[in-house]
Design a protein. Structure first.
Length: 414
């Protein structure tokens, strides 16, 4: 057998470097002990490791004593760390433990109390000496099986995975919500732009409608000036007025009659109604009103019926002549009558009117009604009545709106 190469001696530093303290696994995994503070676990492991040291010293001392006794000698100053019951204990005062754990003495006291409550340390006071410390083994009944540790670790792992999944879901929902809010904000801005355009358009229509109402209000004011004070009428005129309101005359015609009621009688009212029914198809509302107004203001020396009917026939025959061939006749009449006459003049056509023209006029009227926010029925509009004021007023247009329609419609301008 060959001789082995000589090894190296172990120095004090090498011995210090290789020294270690055994850390007990149950302190990390067992449910009853894993909640101890880190310093408590270190102190317990340190004391358990020191037991071996004190046990070796005690054993060596006891062997030396026995050997000396066998030789008839007595040893002095020997050390033994075995109590009267045969158990090995440790000696370590608070100062030593303060240094080892790098904590205050009060913390050392708290750590030892923590181990005592956990059933892992017993401290026995000794008079004028350091207390005896007995690190205790855990009861087997208190320890869990190792598979239980693994099960708890798996449950903790599942719990963390579930928490991570919930966080990921919340993060995804937050991103979706932020994207939805951003999309909604863009949509709101787009809708706001559209709304601004609509409001601008609506404002223009409102301004136009307001202007129409203002004009209509002025016209109604002019008409109100024509209405007589009914409370001051004589009884016979009140009777005529009551009959007048029950006739089929146009509202504008009734106002003409009311203004000149002091020139009327029951017979004259009957004549006006009869001739109105006779000539309402042959002439427009405006034309009839103009003739009636002139007749009622005239000094009639002949028969009233004959004079009124002759005037109506003359007006009808004059419609067949070009307006430029006859000088216009200026009468003292209200402003609104001049507006009606101007509108009626604009309705005189230079060409025949057909059903296609009427259909186009219906579309124009529906558009105007929509602008004025009105609902109308254009089914009764025909070639025979398209140039009559009453036709449009029966649809729901005001007198001022009717005059404007007759002036501005494409059919009237053609």
């Amino acid at each position: 057998m060959s001789k082995n190469k000589q090894g190296n001696k172990i120095s004090g530093k090498q011995a210090t470097k290789d020294a270690y303290i055994k850390f007990f696994e149950f302190l990390m995994f067992d449910q009853n002990y894993r909640t101890l503070s880190p310093n408590a676990k270190i102190l317990y492991s340190f004391l358990r490791n020191k037991i071996n040291y004190f046990a070796n010293i005690t054993t060596a001392t006891e062997l030396a004593v026995e050997e000396a006794a066998a030789n008839g000698e007595t040893l002095k100053g020997t050390k033994s760390y075995r109590d009267s019951d045969g158990y090995i204990y440790c000696i370590a005062d608070n100062t030593e433990l303060e240094y080892l754990l790098n904590v205050a003495e009060s913390t050392v006291t708290r750590i030892k109390a923590e181990l005592h409550i956990a059933g892992l340390l017993l401290e026995v006071p000794t008079k004028n000496k350091a207390n005896r410390l007995y690190p205790l083994e855990p009861s087997l009944d208190d320890l869990q099986e190792k598979w239980e540790y693994i099960q708890e670790i798996n449950e903790l792992r599942e719990k963390k995975q579930k928490a991570a999944a919930e966080r990921a879901q919340k993060h995804a929902e937050k991103k979706r919500k932020a994207a939805a809010e951003k999309k909604a904000q863009k949509l709101a801005e787009k809708q706001k732009k559209i709304s601004n355009k609509q409001n601008e358009s609506y404002s223009n229509k409102q301004n136009e409608s307001y202007g129409n109402k203002q004009n209509e209000s002025k016209l109604e004011l002019n008409l109100s000036k024509l209405e007589p004070n009914i409370s001051k009428l004589k009884p016979k005129y009140q009777s005529i007025l009551n009959r007048l309101n029950n006739t089929d005359l146009h509202d504008s015609t009734k106002i003409i009659v009311q203004k000149n009621i002091d020139r009327l009688s029951d017979d004259k009212l009957n004549i006006i109604v009869e001739l109105f029914e006779l000539y309402k198809v042959a002439m427009s509302e405006v034309t009839f009103n103009a003739v009636l107004s002139r007749v009622l203001k005239s000094q009639i020396k002949t028969n009233f019926r004959g004079f009124l009917e002759k005037s109506l026939k003359t007006e009808i025959s004059s419609d067949t002549i070009t307006p430029k061939s006859i000088p216009s006749r200026t009468e003292m009449s209200p402003d609104w009558l001049h507006e009606q006459e101007a509108a009626a003049t604009s309705t005189k056509q230079n060409r025949p009117i057909g059903q296609k023209d009427i259909d186009e006029l219906k579309e124009y009227l529906l558009q105007k009604a929509n602008d004025l926010q009105k609902e109308i029925n254009v089914s009764e509009l025909t070639v025979e009545n398209f140039n009559t004021f009453g036709t449009y007023m029966n649809m729901g247009f005001t007198l001022q709106e009717t005059a404007k329609i007759l002036r501005e419609s494409p059919l009237m301008k053609s």
